[in-house]
Ligand binder design. Structure first.
Ligand code: AHR
Length: 495
């Protein structure tokens, strides 16, 4: 087995890793919400206020920090007043983006905030700019956050919620250069200036307003146009969307489970491209915002394949293998490495859609390999990034090892490592100078690259304890091919 060296420097502290980097995205799309997260209070599937109990528990286990809702493309067709009040009186609409199915609006604002409260996640709303109005968004924020007496807060009380909710994250539109209105950057900048002015802070609620980002040209125009006058104070972050998609033809992206070794390595190369995309967005932010007030939010990321055979093409239902696990680990290590500016990221999409962490079939529910990666990485949340370096090995044009390290507020060091090679296992020697290691333990997710969990075999791919050896400042650990590993190190002294 080939030896490989890594260094983690416990006293070289970098940026704070916002817990929101481990966030998720849920859209009114396919079976993400209906027949996924939300089954309704009358369902025979155990639920709390209509939300599946097994999903609440699974979200809590990985400490889902933030949930983005209601879309996606759906957000720019969503009128929030359709989704409040007695369910029998709620308007039906057609979900024109995703299969033209009936949307009965039984999951609306109250249900979403119930979910966030049950799970302990921050809500992140995507406001409708494409087909809505500034007044409609202003009313939504008043409805949710206003403590005093006003038409919207009274409406909220009438609908059973006395106290306002807390709301931090508000997105002003989604992909406004595409499904959110096919706008030009100048046009969107104008819309942003207007909409954000009407997103008010009520009582002690403080909004964090998020602008839709795009390519370099879009970002350059947007940031330039937002900089004049008071509008710049009304933007806190700019977004980036990035999907791992194979093939030149969007109609043939390849199967989630039946893929060649070449396709696997293409997925990794494609994913690696986010490093460059993030760097370009950050370069633009550094230019226009040298004081580093603005964040970058990757509020949609993940693998996008052809739908599972026999399923509705508009529902984007796909399986999830060890390939997805390795890809997720690569994304998350890259996000950590850019945590100076990357303040949030949201995997697309929580349940039954794209690179889901959970799949359901009636009362059955399984956790995907990507879920387990979220579990392995969760200790980075709200930690401090540490300098790390690996003397890498290369295969098919990709670096085989991806890693990141952090220290948490309990003085524990966490290292996450992916061995992306399909053929090479490594004996890794990780040095941690300046400390004496008291205890160390590791967990691993590994398997043949096509392996995945099914409703009949839900535990094909699960996390296991993993042996390691350590002396005072060195760890030795095996990295099998196609594996994701997390290591926790407890030093003897305070770092
Ligand atoms: O996640 C699916 C879709 O991908 C979202 O609705 C949209 O924002 C993106 O193009």
């Amino acid at each position: 087995m080939k030896k490989m060296n890594m260094l983690v420097n416990p006293i070289d502290r970098k940026s704070h890793i916002n817990k929101e980097i481990y966030g998720h995205f849920m859209e009114h799309l396919g079976r993400c919400i209906y027949n996924g997260i939300y089954v309704g209070p009358d369902s025979s599937i155990p639920n709390t206020k209509g939300i599946r109990n097994d999903i609440i528990e699974a979200f809590k286990q990985i400490r889902v920090p933030v949930l983005r809702w209601p879309g996606g493309c759906f957000a720019d067709t969503y009128h929030w007043k359709d989704g409040i009040g007695p369910k029998s009186e709620r308007s039906h609409i057609t979900n024109v983006n995703w299969g033209c199915v009936d949307e009965d609006n039984s999951f609306g604002t109250h249900e979403f905030f119930d979910l966030c409260e049950l799970v302990g996640a921050e809500p992140y709303l995507a406001g409708n700019v494409g087909s809505g109005s500034a007044q409609e968004l202003a009313d939504w924020i008043e409805y949710i956050t206003f403590d005093g007496k006003s038409p919207m807060s009274e409406l909220r009380r009438k609908n059973g919620r006395e106290k306002p909710w807390k709301l931090k994250y508000v997105g002003i539109g989604n992909e406004s250069w595409g499904c959110g209105g096919n706008m030009l950057p100048e046009q969107y900048a104008g819309e942003y200036r207007k909409y954000s002015s009407f997103c008010r802070n009520y009582s002690d609620n403080k909004l964090y307003r998020v602008a839709c980002g795009g390519d370099d040209e879009w970002n350059e125009t947007l940031l330039t146009k937002l900089k004049s006058g008071a509008a710049f104070d009304l933007v806190n972050a700019v977004t980036l969307h990035y999907y791992t998609i194979l093939g030149n033809d969007f109609a043939h992206k390849g199967s989630a489970t039946d893929f060649t070794e070449d396709a696997y390595y293409q997925s990794l190369k494609n994913t690696q491209g986010i490093d460059n995309s993030i760097s370009r967005s950050i370069k633009m932010l550094d230019l226009h915002d040298p004081d580093e007030r603005l964040g970058l939010i990757v509020d949609e990321w993940g693998c996008w394949y052809d739908v599972e055979p026999g399923t509705n093409p508009g529902f984007l239902y796909q399986q999830n293998t060890m390939r997805d696990a390795v890809v997720a680990a690569l994304y998350l290590n890259i996000f950590n490495s850019h945590s100076r500016r990357v303040v949030m990221a949201n995997l697309a999409q929580t349940v039954n859609v794209l690179q889901a962490i959970i799949l359901t079939d009636g009362e059955k529910m399984i956790k995907t390999p990507t879920y387990h990666v979220m579990d392995l990485f969760k200790e980075h949340m709200d930690g401090t990034l540490l300098y790390s370096f690996v003397d890498n090995d290369y295969e098919n044009g990709i670096a085989c090892i991806s890693q990141s390290a952090s220290v948490d507020d309990k003085n524990r060091i966490h290292v996450t490592i992916a061995n992306m090679s399909l053929h090479r296992s490594y004996s890794l020697c990780c040095q941690l100078p300046y400390i004496r290691i008291k205890e160390a333990a590791a967990r691993i997710l590994t398997g043949e690259v096509h392996s995945h969990n099914t409703f009949d075999e839900p535990d094909n791919v699960i996390i296991k304890e993993h042996a390691l050896k350590h002396n005072s400042n060195e760890i030795e650990i095996e990295l099998p091919s196609c594996s994701v590993v997390s290591v926790e190190i407890i030093p003897e002294q305070q770092i």
